[in-house]
Design a protein around this ligand. Structure first.
Ligand SMILES: C[S@@+](CC[C@H](N)C(=O)[O-])C[C@H]1O[C@@H](n2cnc3c(N)ncnc32)[C@H](O)[C@@H]1O
Length: 255
């Protein structure tokens, strides 16, 4: 079953790495990453699992801050890319599936970082159980998803107007959401920076916020932080994200 998803990421790996460009998109840099950094805290000498590391830019970022980082991703192309672009920092990159992390020992990590990956996973419950198992007691998980209540990779849509004169982006008139409780797979074809379609569609799994929270609690996590980060600047490009949150970020501790 996972093979279908691996094929999507393999086919899109080059386009994805190009989009991320070693530092994340403007949305990541302006909204998400400062929030993640705050929740990660001081990572010096902490053993960190970057779960679904993609092309590895967050692994590099936290390794440069003194963390001992292991990056895992099921796309061999993305792991290869991560290795090639991370030679100046010691990071262990491995091909692996977040649905089954048995190659790692119990209580091996201080922190699991899972940035924008859970909404790609069909095996959400199994992966949370695996994160809990590999964390030491009092260790923590930080994860982000596209905000489930305003999920443009799920049932949500912006109704758009003309391009704004200042932002050059189409004005968001209002956000439309329906069938929030219908948890199912959606397929989306991303665009490159130059506006071309990625080679293949990606699969996303929409879940209600209560599903994430319930599964975390059932797995034995305690919720330590629940964030809807806002843009860190007044850049008019992010007018929509000042009005409607784009990301949801949760820090959960292993009790
Ligand atoms: C949206 S990307 C995020 C990558 C990275 N965390 C970042 O912030 O740039 C999702 C990543 O999850 C990986 N992925 C999806 N399902 C996975 C699974 N079952 N096991 C391991 N990696 C998976 C994909 O290959 C992709 O690199």
């Amino acid at each position: 079953m996972t093979d279908r998803f691996v094929r999507q990421w393999q086919a899109n790996a080059e386009a994805f790495a190009h989009l991320i460009d070693g530092r994340g998109t403007p949305h990541h840099r302006e909204i998400l990453n400062p929030c993640i950094e705050e929740l990660m805290g001081n990572v010096r000498d902490r053993r960190i699992l970057d779960a679904g590391c993609g092309e590895g830019y967050l692994s590099r970022f936290y390794a440069k801050k003194g963390g001992e980082v292991v990056g895992v991703d099921f796309s061999p192309n993305l792991i290869e890319f991560s290795k090639e672009t991370s030679e100046e920092v010691p990071i262990e990159f491995r091909v692996g599936n977040l649905c089954d992390l048995t190659e790692f020992d119990a209580e091996e990590f201080d922190i699991v970082l899972c940035n924008l990956v859970l909404l790609n996973l069909e095996c959400l419950e199994a992966s949370l159980q695996e994160f809990h198992r590999v964390l030491r007691p009092n260790g923590f998980l930080v994860f982000s998803v596209v905000h489930p209540a305003f999920n443009v990779y799920g049932p949500g849509r912006w109704e758009l107007g003309d391009r704004g004169s200042r932002s050059k982006r189409r004005v968001g008139k209002f956000f439309r959401m329906d069938n929030y409780f219908e948890e199912k797979e959606y397929k989306v074809r991303w665009k490159t920076r130059s506006g071309q379609g990625f080679p293949q569609e990606f699969s996303f799994f929409h879940r209600a916020i209560s599903t994430y929270v319930t599964l975390l609690l059932q797995t034995g996590f305690q919720i330590a932080a629940f964030k809807e980060p806002r843009p860190t600047s007044n850049n008019p490009f992010f007018d929509r994200e000042h009005r409607i949150p784009f990301f949801l970020v949760i820090k959960a501790e292993k009790t």
